[in-house]
Design a protein around this ligand. Structure first.
Ligand code: TMP
Length: 205
């Protein structure tokens, strides 16, 4: 039987890393074989592309270049990691996937959503996550956590206006894909966030 494909999304500082660990452990405990991976990245080529995309010394990259690099890394990732694992019946948990492209490059960088649709169709066809957890936090919390962490990457150096658009984009995506996207208020206590995620995972397991 084909495995399930789960993605986690959210703006910087939404607690994605903590919840990714929770999701991974919970699925493993349920006895499923699992692959945990991330975008951009997840393959040797993809990780090199990630280095370029996040390099804060390259601030002037054209938004179309950024868009196509995201998809280039994704093509490798799907062909080498995601599809083979799902076909073998493994579950795949991925830190970000194409919703991030709509939120960051579409809503954030103002690239037309239709153009992203076309690139998505060309490069990944019909692969859709079975469940996406969107961890939502306010801009204040997000900016505060990013500042506390220090060492900002190319995206983290963006201004609040950019992140306002990205967050609105994510919320719009959640609204339009309510059967797939589980919108979680990530400003609650960690246990409450996990309880919501667990409920949704239990339906899948
Ligand atoms: P992260 O893995 O630490 O969240 O960092 C990845 C960064 O890349 C994050 O700022 C979001 C950004 N990104 C996009 O802009 N578009 C995409 O399609 C993906 C996957 C990530």
């Amino acid at each position: 039987m084909r495995g399930k494909f789960i993605t986690l999304e959210g703006i910087e500082g939404s607690g994605k890393t903590t919840q990714l660990e929770f999701v991974t452990e919970y699925i493993k405990k349920a006895g499923k074989e699992l692959v945990c991976t991330r975008e951009p990245g997840g393959t040797l080529v993809g990780e090199k592309i990630r280095d370029i995309l996040l390099d804060h010394q390259l601030p002037s990259m054209h938004s179309d270049t950024e868009l196509m690099l995201m998809f280039a890394a994704r093509v490798e990732h799907i062909r080498q990691v995601i599809e083979p694992a799902l076909s073998e019946g493994k579950w795949v948990v991925c830190d970000r996937f194409y919703d991030a492209t709509y939120a960051y490059q579409g809503y954030g960088r103002d690239i037309s959503l239709q153009r992203i649709d076309e690139l998505k169709e060309f490069s990944i066809g019909s692969l859709i996550p079975d469940r996406t957890f969107l961890l939502d936090v306010s801009l204040d919390i997000s900016m505060q956590r990013v500042t506390e962490r220090g060492n900002k990457d190319r995206f983290e150096n963006e201004k609040i206006d950019f992140y306002t658009k990205v967050r609105e984009g994510y919320l719009e995506i959640a609204k339009q894909n309510s059967a797939r996207v589980c919108l979680v208020n990530a400003e609650q206590a960690i246990e409450d966030v996990q309880a919501e995620i667990q409920l949704s995972l239990d339906q899948m397991l």
